[in-house]
Each structure stands twice: as C-alpha cells, then as structure tokens.
Design a protein around this ligand. Sequence first.
Ligand SMILES: Nc1ncnc2c1ncn2[C@@H]1O[C@H](COP(=O)(O)OP(=O)(O)OP(=O)(O)O)[C@@H](O)[C@H]1O
Length: 355
Amino acid sequence: MTATETEPVTTGDVVLEADGLTKHFPVRRGLRDLFTKERKAVHAVDDIQLTLRRGRVTALVGESGSGKSTVARLMAQLYGRTAGDIRLHGETITVKGGRGFRAYCRQVQMIFQDPFASLNPVHTVRYHLTRALKIHGRAGKGSAELEQNLNALLLRVQLTPPERYLDKFPHELSGGQRQRVSIARALGANPEVLLADEPVSMLDVSIRLGVLNLLRDLKERLNLAILYITHDIASARYFADETLVMYAGRMVEGGDSETLTQNPAHPYTRLLIESAPDPDRLDRVGDAKDAPEDTAGGEPPSLIAPPTGCRFHPRCIHAMPKCSTELPPRFELPIVSGEGEHWAACWLYEEGAAK
Ligand SMILES: Nc1ncnc2c1ncn2[C@@H]1O[C@H](COP(=O)(O)OP(=O)(O)OP(=O)(O)O)[C@@H](O)[C@H]1O
C-alpha cells in the first residue's frame, strides 16, 4: 500500500528530494589516453537540489544536453549516482534492482518522451495495463475485478469508453492516445510521483495541451508530485507551479513559475525566454522546433571540461572577471508579488554587484 491509501495526504508534503545530486559518465579511453593517467568524464549533472511535493508540478527547463533527462533517470534510480543523496519521505534511498527497485517504482514512476518506443508493439493495451497492475499487486481478485481496475485506469486518462481501447495494439492508436496509455500504465502502480521526461514534445501540437491538462487533472485528483521536463519555458509557465532552470549540468535559477517567467533573473533564463515561443500561443506548448538551442546565441560548453566558475560565463553578455573563476552560490531574490521563493546562481545578485 502507498501513503495515499494509509494516511491523509496534504498538498505540499515533500515526497522526493535530491540533494547534491551528481552524475559523471566516464569517457572510454582512446589509444592516446593509455599513456596518460587522466580519466575523462562527462560532467552531465552537478550538485542538483530538487524537492518534489504532493499536488505540485515542478518543471525542469533547459536546452538539449543540459542534463534534464539524466536528473530524471537518477531520480527514477535507472542510473546510479556519482555523488549526492536521493530521499523518499526523508529516507535516503539507493536501489540496485530486484525487489528494492520494484518497491521504489511503486511510488515513483517515469513517463518517457516517445510513447511508441515505450509500449511493446506486439502487445495490446490490456496486456500492458494488466502487467502493470499485476506487478504492483493491484490486479484484484478474479477476472471481474481485474476488468474493473483496467476500466478505471483508462477512465482516469480519459480514454472512453474503455472497451474501445483495451484490445487495441499501439499502432492502432494516435500518438496522444499512446501517451495516455503510458500514463495509465504508470498509474497502475498507484504512484506518488510521476517523472515526465518531455511527455508532449513528440506529439502533434494540437493534442499537447490535452495531455498536459490530463497531467494537471491527475496532479489535482490524485495529489501527485510531478517532475515535468521540457525544452519549452512557455509550457512550464502554463503547467508548472515551480520552475527550475538548468544550464550545462547545473541549476542556475529557480522559483515559482509565474515569478520566474515574469522576472527572469539569470542571463541564461532571460535568453531562454527571449527565444521561446509566445506563451499566449498555448497551442504550441512543448514545441521542440522552438527549442532555444535553435535561436540562442553561442554554443553550450563541452561537459568533459566544463568552464570554471559559472558555466554560462563564455556566453554571458554580463560576465565579470569573477564569473570565470568562482562558482556563484544561490542568491535569494526579492519577491515582486505573491509568495514563494526566487533565487539565481549569478554573481550579478551578490550584494553590491552592479546590475
Ligand atoms: N549514458 C551516457 N553516457 C555518456 N554521456 C551521457 C550519457 N547520457 C547522457 N550523457 C551526456 O550527458 C549530458 C546530458 O544529457 P541529457 O540527456 O541528460 O540532457 P538533456 O538536457 O536531457 O538533453 P535532451 O533534451 O536532448 O534529452 C549530455 O552531454 C549527454 O551527451
């Protein structure tokens, strides 16, 4: 049983946290490297702090290669971490597979970008959902109860009437319907956390909003904590309560989504917003074609030898000498309206620095 079934859940309760989360991928040594002692690594994710709360969506935004998917995979325990802590209900968790992994998956489920790749083409919707229910001990007693539970899952993701979908194969469904089946499969575990890695970027623009609205509905009805990974800061503003911005493996700014998108502080966040599609055109949310890497000036750095100091300094028009040598800590920023927090890891916000 999950906490959902045993005790009342309050919106805002912390479920899953990352503290100092770091992942370096070792680079395979070439012939030339055999003569040196140096061991190279891709510094994909460094020192990430992240808190997921019941009934809240947290967006993780950044351009391609900034480390967003690696964070999601670390939080899902699909990758081992190089350093840092992952806490579920305050307890440090390291899962290596087997039973421990299954127990963790009961509470933390992941949804992938490509629903076609994540569903097995030779199996029906019924098979995928039955398997999820059985693995997590939620199939019920007997076939009538199983049928009821299958129907309930499809109703939850608004695939109605359920009988129309249960015996379909993935290729007989549209992209949006397939993503709904993936979400239903994740819900089969009755999780507390959904880690959604670009859940709408491969879908037709016309159906993206429907899938985001479904996730929002699930957040509210089931009090889920959702991590929403996206290239598109406009969709984060629309969908997420809190937004965190990543650049080259590090978090550079965070705060409540409205405050952060209305008053972006870090020069990289400003660049993301300038190059994002118009947030009022919600029919384009999650559009990977509008991803900032297509329009932002300069190139992201190599993560094998990332820049010292602030990783954004080689592209930053405000860079000061200190930015290339010292890593900026988080500076708390004043909240212009409403409540919540807003911070930026940028030396511009050190007391006394010229803006
Ligand atoms: N298994 C791996 N081995 C080596 N390097 C990896 C591995 N997975 C990711 N990386 C590297 O880590 C960095 C971060 O990748 P990641 O996929 O997390 O970024 P992302 O922000 O999710 O990008 P995208 O939006 O394109 O998926 C990239 O430089 C990538 O090449």
